[in-house]
Design a protein around this ligand. Structure first.
Ligand SMILES: Cc1cc2nc3c(=O)[nH]c(=O)nc-3n(C[C@H](O)[C@H](O)[C@H](O)COP(=O)(O)OP(=O)(O)OC[C@H]3O[C@@H](n4cnc5c(N)ncnc54)[C@H](O)[C@@H]3O)c2cc1C
Length: 1020
């Protein structure tokens, strides 16, 4: 793989001269640092020093240690702390390197950690990087720094807000903090030296804001609403800043928020009220490949609006996260893959900041001596006073570098996070990672003793060379170098998941918006049956209605009778033998062509789902992506299965297993994943050489018709796939019982599934085959929230799992079991988060909750809710739009739900969540397993032992730990349950195709007159 090349601005500088000056400055800074003491963080003495030393020596210990640090503040009793300590760092848990084992032994093992009073020690460790929440302490610390000539910017810890109530509180805390500091600062006698620039005094009160904390419902499909809501909370903060003469900086967070942050910055500071004040700035991340373009745009904006702004140039704090997220979604990685590229880009952009000093105040956020020296050298070359810009460093980090920078008469600002420890853990873990990163400057300088030559090396030299260190894989299938050690698969076929659409890209949103407008013009068309690739009209037509507006007819579906069912069956039977003889590769290629057509029409197909099934943009897009995956995945698997496989190598005899199709089958699909499930079952059956009759749900016939259009366009021959829309009770039942049907693939309710299972087991006179039934039914899915769970994640995950697509996914969360330790706190946050969800038509981007599928479903679910009020406590119910023509059901949370109640036992298939308290983990598992279903299950926990217990004991087909329990991805999470959830088949798994095939073994004696050919490959 070719590393990405960072463009350099060669014409700007005499490289060798600059390098010489950089080296000089670097040496000077090192000399000044040597005069100061090594920072205590790297002293290797004491509790923190020892742990960091060990962490740097042993990756496994580091992971265990940081995970323990992450959970520690939530643990309230000595017993819990000691249990977790053993689970994470006990000798059996940590597979230490021999050297570290000796070290730990010498220190007295895990008991040394106990003896050290672990909670107090970790709190002390956190205090090194954060100012805490005691007002007096905050003021005293900032004042001390101020007097030492170090300016500050304050930030409030805790970026994860899960509800609008929390976002309000967060905004208020900013106002309070500004009020507090505003009052204090005026009493401080001398201005801080670092706030003195040749342009005059800078605002002494400098505040850093994280915009993600000001709105809980940021949704990539709808940045407009996010801007509106964040602006509403930001304006009072900006007004206060104006009153106090304070400076406001926007921090830069994950890449998903970058466009939003840039847009918000430009929009709000263009508003007349804020067009000239308060003083403002924003952070920009040099590790991003598009940072240079963004910086140019910001500079252009500043010039155009005659607004002097500060740009804090940082390298970026989320490198691992961005890399992993992009890989998981198969999106291009937004960050440079090599550290040297980031460093070189930082230098490149530093120069841009200096060159645009007429509109920008440069703020260089780095602890890297080379990066600092580069800025100083370039400033000298450009004749810029070094007090015209500033360096920024994090509170608690790199003290000797700070001292050196101050001695060089540079301006220095410390970034000081304030607030409680618990929300600060994410920040602490980021700092610990930064301090122990193998590639980080600090660890190399202070812990590993790297030479000055290495530390001052020009990063541009390594760009494009083979020595650039850690490489970021660009595609799935590349060798992964991920935390946690991703495994390589040795899959003999090629398959890659379809990426979800990245709606943070404006062009993608526009494409979808245009498709919505376009589709509206096509509503109300007639969709005939399709038999032998020919349209067949019927006397009756059933309208398919938009769940958000029952007056709107999405299309009319032909209503088949038994006669058309027989015709479809005859067509399939006639086509199947030739189709079965069609080479596997050709059959697979037709599926791949279908996938390509779906990709071509992705936006239009998604919009159809929005109209016909009430899915919001992202859910609809995910369903289409899954349909594409099914086609490509089953095509790949079949290419593999299509080759006879040697069962055992034995001399003189050939034993080959091969697969034959079953014949003709019926595909009965539901409406909740209207394209994906129908496509999946159909694709698996036909690629295996069978012919089928698709019988889609009455609620989504238009999507089914569109699928067959695409398959015909791809080139599927007549009769291989036929479409019968119409009353399932009649035509479906007729075909299920038919003696010429070889298999039935069904996904739907337990009630219908059991009927099919029973009907298929009866053999009619003259029936040629035993019918195979692939039956996937519902669930009453359960998730446990442990006492030590990360509530920021658990709350968001539970809301998404329970209410995503209105709870109408078979994998949806329906029973939530919360450990007593967390119960009240978790429930309050869960309800606040649920109350923040946006409810409305799926067509409107940003709405999380839409209507349920139809009037019948609405009435049925409302009835269950009514009855539920007698069984349990109605803890919360959302408010839905008062639209009489829409099928809304208010999302509802019941608590104190008894295990024997209907609410706890029966599948609802709607936005209703039953919550039950468990006194301990044993009871939680017992309650979770108290169900006739076994589809999905989950657990949020940070106890390694409890996580292992759940893996071993929770009865379900798909178990998810510390994440949502919906959203299975083809091949990655083969999906399906057992007990009353289904026959144990796994859609999207490698074995799935075998359901549509019969295995044969052919044995041939190859020995002729004592002579046998040489053994061949296992696969032919
Ligand atoms: C005052 C201040 C404010 C900050 N505000 C923000 C902010 O708003 N947003 C934000 O994201 N961060 C922010 N940070 C954090 C900052 O991103 C990190 O502290 C910084 O990246 C560390 O860089 P360095 O030059 O000190 O150290 P170095 O050790 O030279 O660089 C480490 C950095 O290199 C990059 N890197 C590491 N490995 C690789 C790799 N394999 N390929 C490519 N790049 C790699 C990463 O960005 C990593 O953080 C801020 C830091 C400071 C000091």
């Amino acid at each position: 793989m070719q590393p990405t090349i960072v463009p350099t601005k060669k014409d700007r500088l005499e490289e060798s001269q600059i390098e010489f000056r950089v080296r000089e400055y670097g040496e000077k800074i090192f000399a000044l640092m040597d005069a100061a003491e090594a920072p205590s963080l790297f002293s290797k003495k004491g509790f923190y020093g020892t742990l960091m030393d060990w962490a740097m020596k042993d990756e496994h210990f580091k992971t265990q240690l940081f995970r323990f640090v992450d959970v520690l503040p939530t643990l309230n009793s000595a017993g819990e702390i000691s249990r977790h300590l053993k689970e994470y760092l006990g000798e059996e848990q940590v597979n230490l390197s021999p050297a570290l084992r000796l070290g730990l032994k010498a220190a007295g093992g895990a008991s040394w950690l106990f003896g050290a009073g672990i909670k107090g020690q970790v709190t002390g460790m956190a205090r090194q990087f954060m100012l805490g929440d005691d007002e007096k302490e905050i003021v005293a610390t900032l004042r001390k720094a101020h007097e030492q000539g170090i300016a500050f910017t304050v930030d409030i810890l805790g970026e994860a807000v899960v509800s609008e109530a929390e976002a309000d509180q967060y905004a208020q805390r900013y106002l309070d903090l500004m009020g507090l500091l505003g009052k204090q600062i005026v009493r401080w006698q001398h201005p801080c030296n670092s706030n003195d620039s040749p342009r005059g005094h800078l605002p002494p009160l400098n505040v850093s804001v994280k915009i993600s904390a000001l709105y809980s419902q940021v949704c990539p499909t709808d940045p407009d609403t996010a801007i509106e809501r964040i602006s509403a909370r930001l304006r009072p903060i900006l007004r206060r800043a104006k009153e106090l003469g304070a400076f406001i900086n926007f921090d830069m967070e994950s890449y998903a928020l970058k466009e939003l942050t840039l847009r918000l910055f430009k929009e709000i500071f263009t508003e007349p009220e804020f067009a000239t004040a308060p003083a403002c700035g924003l952070a920009m991340q040099a590790y991003l490949k598009d940072c240079e373009t963004d910086l140019d745009a910001v500079i252009h904006w500043a010039r155009e609006h005659r607004r002097r702004i500060t740009v804090r140039l940082v390298k970026g704090a989320y490198w691992d996260y961005e890399t992993i997220t992009a890989q998981q979604r198969h999106w291009p990685t937004p960050v440079f893959p090599h550290k040297a590229e980031t460093d070189a880009n930082f230098e490149n952009l530093s120069l841009t900041l200096l060159e645009n000093a007429d509109v920008l105040d440069g703020a260089f956020g780095t602890h890297n001596v080379r990066s600092i020296a580069y800025v100083l050298a370039q400033a000298d070359r450009l004749g810029i006073d070094r007090r015209d810009f500033e360096f920024q460093m994090l509170y608690g980090m790199a003290d000797p570098i700070k001292a050196a920078v101050l001695q060089l008469d540079c301006r220095l600002r410390e970034y000081c996070p304030v607030g409680e420890l618990l929300p600060g853990m994410a920040y602490l873990v980021r700092r610990l990672l930064e301090n122990t990163s193998n590639e980080g400057f600090l660890a190399n300088k202070f812990a590993k003793g790297a030479s000055r030559d290495e530390l001052l090396k020009n990063p541009a030299q390594d760009v494009g060379s083979a020595e650039v260190g850690r490489v970021c894989p660009q595609r799935a299938g590349d060798d992964l170098d991920l935390p946690g050690g991703a495994l390589r698969t040795d899959a003999p076929y090629h398959f890659q998941n379809e990426p979800p659409t990245d709606f943070t890209i404006a062009a993608e949103r526009e494409k979808m918006g245009a498709a919505v407008r376009e589709y509206r013009r096509k509503l109300g068309q007639r969709h005939p049956l399709i038999i032998n690739n020919q349209p067949v009209s019927t006397s009756e037509w059933l309208p398919s209605l938009n769940p958000a507006d029952q007056k709107e007819v999405v299309g009319y579906a032909a209503q088949a009778t038994v006669a058309e069912a027989e015709a479809a069956l005859a067509a399939a039977r006639a086509a199947q033998p030739k189709w079965a003889r069609t080479p596997t590769a050709d059959r697979a290629a037709l599926l791949e062509d279908t996938a390509a057509l779906m990709r071509r029409d992705k936006a239009a197909l998604s919009v159809l789902e929005v109209f016909e099934a009430g899915k919001n943009w992202q859910e609809a897009d995910a369903d289409v992506a899954e349909a594409i995956d099914f086609c490509n995945f089953y095509a790949s698997v079949m290419r593999d299965l299509g080759r006879p496989q040697r069962t055992q190598a034995v001399a003189g005899e050939s034993n080959l297993q091969q697969w034959w199709p079953r014949g003709v089958g019926i595909i009965i699909a539901p409406w909740n994943f209207p394209l994906a499930i129908l496509t999946g079952m159909t694709a698996a059956a036909v690629v295996a050489g069978n012919a089928v009759i698709m019988k889609p749900s009455d609620q989504t016939p238009v999507i089914a018709a569109r699928l067959l259009d695409l398959m015909i366009e791809a080139g599927f021959p007549p009769g291989v796939v036929n479409l019968l829309t119409g009353p399932g009770g009649k035509v479906g039942a007729h075909l299920v019982a038919h003696q010429q049907i070889g298999f039935i693939a069904f996904t739907g309710s337990k009630e219908v599934g059991l009927r099919i299972w029973e009907a298929a087991s009866r053999t009619a006179p003259g029936q040629a085959n035993l019918k195979k039934v692939v039956c996937e039914m519902g669930g009453k899915n359960c998730l446990i929230v442990d006492g030590d769970a990360d509530l920021d994640e658990a709350v968001v995950g539970c809301v998404a799992s329970a209410f995503g697509y209105q709870g109408q996914k078979c994998s949806a969360l329906s029973r939530l079991i919360v450990l007593a330790d967390n119960y009240e706190k978790f429930l309050d946050r869960l309800i606040a988060a649920a109350a923040s969800m946006r409810i409305g038509p799926a067509e409107v981007p940003g709405n999380l909750i839409g209507p349920v599928i139809n009037r019948d479903a609405q009435q049925r679910i409302l009835g269950i809710i009514e009855a539920g009020k007698k069984e349990a406590k109605l803890a919360w119910q959302g408010v839905v739009p008062a639209e009489p023509d829409a099928c809304y059901v208010p999302p509802t949370i019941f608590t104190d739900v008894p295990p024997g109640s209907r609410l706890f036992r029966e599948e609802i298939f709607g936005p209703v969540l039953a919550v039950t308290k468990a006194k301990d983990f044993d009871q939680a598992i017992e309650l979770a397993n108290h169900s006739e279903f076994a589809l999905t299950g989950g657990c949020y926990s940070r106890s390694p032992v409890n996580i292992e217990r759940v893996k071993a004991e929770l009865v379900c087909g798909n178990l998810y730990i510390n994440r949502t329990i919906t959203g299975a991805i083809v091949e990655r999470q083969p999906f399906g349950g057992f007990k009353m959830s289904g026959g144990g088949t796994k859609a999207g798994g490698r074995e799935y195709l075998q359901n549509f095939l019969v295995p044969r073994v052919v044995t041939e004696n190859c020995l002729r007159r004592g002579f046998a050919p040489a053994e061949e490959d296992a696969h032919l």
